[in-house]
Ligand binder design. Structure first.
Ligand code: NDP
Length: 445
């Protein structure tokens, strides 16, 4: 395989899709050796087939706002690869959504889903619709119009979407309601559903919990733990709050959360009633970061800054892509940070990862560390098929053992000669091999 030639070709075919190129480059560079070791991969054109999605649906979403004005958004569903199971991946509603971002997310999802050991292929979708500041009725009308088109392409054995940025329990509810009406079926076609209508316990907090479980496994290899550590978390969304709760439970003090405008530093720890306060604000669609500083005067708001400048032992970037750059990474290293575990997808830039890995910090890429979310979605699908519900403890225990297994797979494939575990390489190789071998078995399709 000639990584450079494949990437050059990809960039020529899809100019300007920088996030997509970034995600493909990272995977190709780390699997190059195992790919070349098995000539059958090249003969079957595995990479050329893997880097392009199977198909993409693009559609407009017309809806009427509360003032009676017609609004039109653009939406896509990227069905990337279904070699090991139905397409599976979240929906993102955010003004920055474009095909480059959805293709990067869908590509990452293939390997992440493979790592979970559950039978799920990779996909992703979303729209440039911004739920922020919209009324519940506006969000409902948008979701209904979105599903009016999407339902033709999804199904419990075909493609099973879930939430992502801007798509939480409320949106999944509206989407599911419309799907059910159109398809005349009550099936597990979306995950992240409400508990009363097919959802799984632990799903809302699963990504954050899993990110902390994974970091804990990494820490154990250094005879370390969360106990007594200071932790920086970014964002305060679905992933961040689960991570903050679990890190606190394991004995750490979570000292930061953030939003696009800046971050909160709270030396006493962001836990208990403070988390409940923010969840209430979130549920009412309000900004949460600045009001936190007003409500809890022991904390400070750092406008326009990122949480990585705080002196912490562990960093959990849980907000969005490319939110931790080279200079942030240098600051973390200089401040004695020992572990970075990505709760978000691709939150660290390639330059930041280089700094972190060169300094020999423990570093977990999102496709391994945040796989707990989709893994629990997989558990939700299993419960839907079996038409029963597992207890909180059962789901949590399964999630925990999946994260331990992913960690083991990364160590197996990512341990370098000097004993340092390159989790990026380990996750990419482990995720890739399963999908590539399945593609070999299934012929050129
Ligand atoms: P949410 O929309 O629930 O939360 C995102 C959070 O990040 C919000 O608090 C948001 O603040 C904040 N944020 C957005 N942009 C920035 C920025 N530039 N700087 C700092 N904070 C910012 O999304 P999720 O928690 O669901 O997703 C977060 C990340 O995790 C994404 O990368 C997603 O792809 C990934 N992920 C999510 C999974 C899930 O189960 N939900 C599963 C696996 C990965 P505000 O609301 O004020 O804009």
């Amino acid at each position: 395989m000639k990584v450079k030639a494949i990437l050059a070709d990809l960039e020529k075919k899809h100019p300007g899709e920088v996030e997509y190129h970034q995600a493909v480059r990272e995977v190709l560079e780390s699997i190059e050796d195992v790919y070349n070791e098995n000539p059958r991969f090249a003969k079957a054109g595995i990479l050329q087939r893997l880097i392009e999605p199977d198909r993409i649906f693009t559609f407009k979403v017309p809806w009427v706002d509360d003032q009676g004005n017609v609004q039109v958004n653009l939406a896509h569903r990227v069905q990337y690869n279904n070699a090991i199971g139905p397409y599976k991946g979240g929906l993102r509603f955010h003004p920055t959504v474009n095909l480059s971002i959805l293709k990067f997310l869908g590509f990452e999802q293939i390997f992440k889903n493979s790592l979970t050991t559950l039978p799920m292929g990779g996909g992703k979708g979303g729209s440039d619709f911004d739920p922020k500041g919209k009324s519940d009725n506006e969000v409902m009308r948008f979701c209904q119009s979105f599903m009016l088109e999407l339902w033709k392409h999804i199904g419990p054995e075909t493609d099973v979407p879930a939430g992502d940025i801007g798509v939480g329990g409320r949106e999944i509810g509206f989407l599911y309601g419309m799907y059910k009406k159109l398809a005349k079926e009550h099936t597990g076609v979306l995950t992240g559903k409400g508990l009363n209508w097919g959802g799984s316990l632990i799903r809302p907090e699963a990504t954050g919990f899993g990110c902390v479980y994974f970091a804990n496994e990494m820490l154990k290899t250094k005879k370390e733990s969360f106990k007594g550590k200071k932790v920086a978390v970014s964002g305060f969304g679905n992933v961040a709050w689960g991570a903050a709760i679990k890190a606190t439970e394991l004995g750490a003090t979570v000292v930061t959360i953030s939003g696009p405008d800046g971050y909160i530093f709270d030396p006493k720890g962001i836990s208990g009633e403070k988390i409940n306060f923010m969840l209430k604000l979130r549920a009412s669609n309000q900004d949460i970061v600045e009001p936190y500083a007003t409500e809890f005067p022991e904390s400070t708001f750092h406008k326009g800054k990122r949480p990585w400048e705080a002196k912490v032992d562990i960093a959990l970037p849980c907000a969005t892509q490319n939110e931790l750059g080279k200079e942030d990474a240098k600051t973390l290293v200089n401040n004695g940070c020992i572990c970075v575990s990505e709760g978000a997808n691709m939150p660290c830039t390639p330059e930041a990862i280089e700094v972190i890995q060169q300094a020999r910090l423990l570093f977990a890429p999102g496709k391994a560390a945040n796989a707990g979310g989709v893994a629990t979605s997989g558990l939700e699908m299993t419960q839907n098929s079996m038409k029963l519900n597992w207890s909180k403890e059962e789901v949590d225990q399964k999630l925990h053992s999946i994260m331990v297994n992913i960690h083991e797979a990364c160590v197996k494939h990512g341990t370098t000669r000097d004993g340092y575990v390159d989790y990026v390489k380990g996750a990419n190789i482990a995720g890739f091999l399963k999908v590539a071998n399945a593609m070999l078995d299934q012929g050129v399709v």
